[in-house]
Design a protein around this ligand. Structure first.
Ligand code: NAD
Ligand code: UDP
Length: 322
């Protein structure tokens, strides 16, 4: 296949690009680097089936030759990222999604929207099936992301229903792994970095809020399965093993053998209290389930962070001033 991946230099996008090239596809990776890094796709640079294009997808874009699929991943995704880029987040969710849909429409390509469990907001129903409509505060600080993704889903369904574009929507639940930015502010990258530095882990609230963490390799298998299918979705992609944030802190300290303590901080506004996907649709339609247990995925993530050259990733055995 010939595939465009928007946001292809980000955390998930770079793994998706790698998987696509690895199975023989040709990839155009489009990114404006607002939260991604070209370093993430460094292993692919120079590959004959990989093209890296600096582009802001809120402006209409084109790629040469035939096209089979557009995977639209471009969007800030970490709460601190979309908190500091609110207008950009709304713009890429709306104009960016429309431009990506237009490209798919012009070229008769399959369109895949990377939506999010955040469309469920702070869910009043637990766990969350795809039929649940969500509980989003439309004027809260998270709304720039949540509502942009909800609009992106509506736009995607409208292109499907009214124009016949072959679209698919996945709702991704918290995913972690190598290539998360150590300072992206998300909980796994933050805890791993802090534990490796030996600094206190910043636990927001009392840590009883839950998330369900999916390892990136599992997630990418799900994205490929949805891309290759003709299903419209939405389909939840996530690991249903639910864990409190306090328990996550304990697991990270264990995986790093760190002397770090816990520093409690205020819970961010509208922070969802609990989150766990119902994954029967992914299993029945795509034959997909997450396989990597949290302790195993955390170990792989820690190993990757420790192999990075930046001082923030040094192992505890090496003094920071060395
Ligand atoms: P990320 O921030 O690492 O990657 C997003 C990428 O999009 C970055 O490389 C960024 O530079 C790029 N981008 C943003 N705006 C752009 C624009 N206007 N034009 C071109 N490129 C642009 O985040 P991620 O975790 O890799 O998330 C990827 C996608 O998956 C996002 O759409 C996100 O909403 C979705 N998602 C991720 C998770 C998760 O846990 N990682 C959960 C739910 C949904
Ligand atoms: N969190 C935390 N400490 C941090 C970063 C996040 O306790 O340093 C909490 C956050 O309040 C939330 C959970 O961890 O309850 C997951 O946060 P993240 O930003 O990773 O993702 P999201 O809230 O979008 O699920």
């Amino acid at each position: 296949m010939r595939v465009v991946v928007t946001g292809g230099s980000g955390f998930l996008g770079s793994h998706l690009c790698e998987a696509l090239v690895g199975r023989g596809d040709t990839v155009w990776c489009l990114d404006n680097y607002c939260t991604g890094e070209s370093l993430n796709v460094a292993p692919l640079r120079g590959h004959p089936r990989f093209r890296l294009v600096r582009a802001d997808v809120t402006t209409a874009f084109e790629v040469p030759g035939p096209l089979d699929a557009v995977a639209h991943l471009a969007s800030p995704a970490s709460p601190p990222d979309y908190g500091r880029l609110p207008l950009e987040t709304l713009s890429v969710g709306s104009r960016g999604t429309e431009n990506a849909l237009q490209l798919a429409m012009r070229r008769g390509a399959r369109f895949l929207l990377a939506s999010t469990s955040e469309v469920y907001g702070d869910p009043a129903l637990h766990p969350q099936p795809e039929e649940y409509w969500g509980n989003v505060n439309p004027v809260g600080p998270r709304s720039v992301y949540d509502e942009a993704k909800r609009y992106a889903e509506a736009l995607t369904m409208a292109y499907r229903r009214s124009i016949g574009v072959n679209t698919g929507i996945v709702r991704i639940f918290n995913t972690y792994g190598p290539r998360m930015r150590p300072h992206d502010g998300r909980v796994v990258s933050t805890f791993v970095r802090q534990a490796l530095e030996g600094s206190p882990l910043t636990l927001y609230g009392d840590g009883s809020q839950t998330r369900s963490f999916c390892y990136v390799d599992d997630l990418v298998r799900g994205l490929l399965a949805m891309l290759d299918s003709g299903h419209s979705g939405p389909v939840n992609l996530g690991n249903p093993a639910e864990c409190t944030v306090r328990e996550l802190a304990r697991l990270v300290i264990e995986a790093t053998d760190s002397p770090s303590t816990i520093a409690f901080g205020p819970l961010p506004v509208d922070d969802p209290g609990r989150r766990r996907p119902v994954v029967t649709r992914a299993r029945d339609l795509l034959g997909w389930t997450a396989r990597v247990p949290l302790d195993v995925g955390l170990r792989k993530t820690v190993d990757w962070f420790m192999a990075q050259p930046h001082p923030a990733h040094r192992t505890l055995g090496q003094p920071l001033e060395a």
